[in-house]
Design a protein around this ligand. Sequence first.
Ligand SMILES: Cc1cc2nc3c(=O)[nH]c(=O)nc-3n(C[C@H](O)[C@H](O)[C@H](O)COP(=O)(O)OP(=O)(O)OC[C@H]3O[C@@H](n4cnc5c(N)ncnc54)[C@H](O)[C@@H]3O)c2cc1C
Length: 498
Amino acid sequence: MTARILIVGSGPTGLLLAGDLATAGIPVTVLEKRPHKVSNLSRAFVLHARTLEQLDARGLADGLESLGQPLDRLRLFGRLTVDLSALPSRYRHLLVLPQYEVEKALERRAVEAGAEFRYETELTGLTQDADGVTAEVRGPQGRSETLRAAYLVGADGMRSAVRQAVGLPFPGRSVIRSVVLADVRLAEQPPAVLTVNAVGDAFAFLAPFGDGYYRVIGWHRGRNVADSEPLDLAEIKEITRLALGRDFGMHDARWMSRFHSDERQAPAYRVGRVFLAGDAAHVHTPAGGQGMNTGLQDAANLGWKLAAVAGGHAEPALLDSYQAERHPVGRAVLRSSGGIVRLAMAKRPWTLAARAALTVFLDAAGPARRKVAAQITGIGYRYPAPRGAHPLTGARVPDVDLAGGGRLYEALRGGRFVLITPEPYEAAAGRADRLAVARWASGRRTTVLVRPDGYAAWAADSAGPAAVEAALARHLGPAAPAGRTASAGRTAPAGPAE
Ligand SMILES: Cc1cc2nc3c(=O)[nH]c(=O)nc-3n(C[C@H](O)[C@H](O)[C@H](O)COP(=O)(O)OP(=O)(O)OC[C@H]3O[C@@H](n4cnc5c(N)ncnc54)[C@H](O)[C@@H]3O)c2cc1C
């Protein structure tokens, strides 16, 4: 059967994944229940450093940077800010940019790479067997049909039909109810690009769309009403005044809504040939702006693995590492965003004391501040490595300069592994579609095999050609003999890192 992959959902997670698979030459179809139209009702506003690095590895970061506003400090609430200016990254800032701009760029890339999009097509059920997945879909005019694929990824958001179809629960709870949202014009310019604060029972956040409108998000502890309760601008103005001291003359709301924010995580990200990614796998509060960023990282982790397996270069066991690597990150993000909200809305004396202590501690303690910044921006995560592995194994590899003038994240464009060596290295022919070879600009002696998602698969301080060749065979499969395609042979992968 064909190795086609189905992705359900064309939010940011599904779009990045579709682009990665199509770039790797894997046939991919995206099912999206909405009609194809660009929405300006953005949800996320923040791209963090690790996401910008991933977008750089796809040639998209420069274009998005030119559309957004960089900020080198993230204010969480009150005096508690996270300084990003010393991040060990090319991106020592966050980028304020509406989610729809990110989606537009990712969709363009996926379409150009050959991904197929089917809009007004809703997944209604699925079954799987040893060879593949059968998806039941309802298309335009309510027409039902079944589609067959080798693998299916549910990137279909928090109410994921895919998650329900494979019988996975979504345990957790509602953290805050009756959050109010509006897109408004302001008579007065706010003091900062992102304005956020919590005072007493009220919390408010303001961010610019760049088209004259601002997104306002507000919450008041005393207004615990259902999402269906009517909402007017007067309520939003009042909450904003309580939290920010003024309402900046907000007027002309083009959209208003109430929502509740949940903290939930699926216990498994994989059931057989079906995967969950993004909000389908985990949801948490918007605090710290980590939701979309975490989903994009899920997609970057899963994409190259699915491409390797579907392309015949790795055994399906490689796909187990998706759960092993991304589930703990999802759990950590749930904890950190929940912690920010609880501290921001602290009322009891002991939580207020903890908040004051944390503010002082983060102001003073360099390492703690750096750790918080690394976690919120995603650059602090590393993946598990086997016992005895080189310390770099599983670590994020920063954007190092390469001999000859290039840099690592440019070399990663195209979705290949990159082998960085101290000396010129002639890799066996027959892997050029999956491997780029480069040398350190710095004269460093370590040899590192960098995965397509920018984490070290393998490293050694003094490796001879036999050791390097063994690592390449383990992680990329055998080199194809001249005149044959690389997918002719399969190899058992050593897992994500060794
Ligand atoms: C107010 C607010 C502010 C936020 N701010 C931030 C922020 O600053 N930073 C950040 O990183 N994150 C933020 N988030 C979270 C972020 O918006 C989400 O995490 C992100 O949209 C998740 O992307 P996704 O692709 O996983 O899912 P979604 O964007 O939800 O996309 C899922 C897609 O699947 C489609 N779909 C659903 N069911 C089916 C079906 N059965 N068949 C076919 N298609 C289907 C839907 O139509 C949708 O297009 C915020 C969220 C909110 C609500």
